[in-house]
Ligand binder design. Structure first.
Ligand code: NAD
Ligand code: SER
Length: 312
């Protein structure tokens, strides 16, 4: 069995991705790597190493010595955190990508997954059913880093034959791990507050519609993309992927079907401007056509699973 490493494994996506990959490839073949000193107990069924993606030499030695063939590079600063520290966000989000793309270019890696985001779009992008190919003028440091990353992925594929694949994830909603500093984090926090205290103050306005996706769909989509035969992958920047779109008001109404006394109020902060620059909904027909993508969770189904599984 070839070895896989997930860098940034202790975050919202990494936690669930490591578990899913270990189910497929065997626990011993999927290395979880993160900046954190300790491996979270949920990932203790397989190998864990402390790794800083910015330590290029250490990352290179580990991947080459351990004969790792597939990398999922998740370490990044997300949109809200990145706006507070733009210089470091640019460095973290770009340098790690080059370290991994160069290893693949040199023939050490067979396949790379690097996630992009709906943040690649900006205020001039058509907001409804945003197409795969359209105007992209991101206005956040996070979006700029993701758009640049997409361009480099495509470049390394065309120039050097690197098998790199990517998805423009929408806001991801999960109950096994918490989000790490994004503009869509409200859509996870709302469930904890709804169950614990019956009310929630949202940092976005009630009518701010954003594309979202339940984590199970995101993990399945990631694995399906990575398992697809290379001839089916026609987009080497990043694929649009849609789950369901909703506003905070619509999400709270769906929660109220289960918790009728739940109340929401609104106190928009700096994240409102970020959200306003992003699409309302996404056209993912290219992913459907190329490798058969289809979301399984709509908003109702996602809310039901979230409320059932969140422990407070
Ligand atoms: P997260 O913030 O929850 O997790 C990131 C992980 O990376 C953390 O465990 C952190 O400790 C680790 N990390 C940070 N700096 C590191 C370093 N120097 N070296 C090694 N590890 C480091 O993020 P996430 O939500 O899991 O997102 C993962 C990727 O997916 C990111 O690239 C993000 O931009 C992208 N993405 C996420 C979403 C979402 O809604 N979660 C949406 C679109 C794109
Ligand atoms: N969920 C992410 C964020 O809000 C989107 O990339 O930053």
């Amino acid at each position: 069995m070839s070895k896989i490493i997930v860098i940034g494994s202790c975050g919202q996506i990494g936690t669930e991705l490591v578990l899913a990959l270990r189910n497929i490839h065997g626990s011993e073949n999927v290395i979880a790597a993160d900046l954190k000193d300790e491996c979270p107990s949920i990932l203790s069924n397989g190998p864990y190493i402390k790794m800083d993606i910015l330590d290029r030499d250490a990352v290179r030695s580990h991947i080459i010595n351990e004969k790792v063939e597939e990398v999922y590079l998740l370490a990044a600063l997300l949109s809200a955190t990145a706006e507070k520290n733009p210089d470091f966000a640019w460095r973290l989000n770009m340098e790690g990508l080059f370290t991994i793309l160069d290893l693949a270019k040199e023939g050490h890696l067979k396949k790379v997954f690097w996630p992009s985001s709906i943040a690649v779009f900006g205020p001039t992008t058509p907001a409804n059913q945003t197409p795969q190919h359209t105007i992209m003028e991101p206005s956040t440091v996070y979006g700029i880093s993701k758009q640049a990353g997409e361009r480099w992925c495509e470049y390394y594929h065309h120039k050097f034959g690197v098998d790199v694949r990517s998805i423009r994830y929408p806001g991801l909603i999960s109950y096994k791990s918490l989000p790490g500093g994004g503009t869509t984090d409200y859509a996870v926090d709302i469930f904890y507050k709804a169950k614990a205290q019956g009310n929630f103050t949202c940092f976005l306005k009630e009518d701010t519609e954003l594309p979202m996706m339940f984590m199970d769909d995101a993990i399945r989509g990631t694995i399906e993309l990575m398992q697809a035969p290379p001839e089916k992958i026609h987009i080497r920047s990043a694929y649009n992927l849609a789950g369901s779109s909703f506003t905070p008001a619509e999400l709270s109404q769906t929660i109220q079907k289960h918790l009728p006394d739940f109340k929401i109020s609104y106190a928009p902060d700096f994240r409102q401007e970020i959200a306003d620059s992003w699409p309302n909904s996404i056209d993912d027909s290219c992913a459907q056509k190329d490798w058969g993508w289809k979301a399984q969770f709509d908003t109702e189904a996602m809310v039901e699973v979230m409320l059932k599984n969140i422990q407070v």
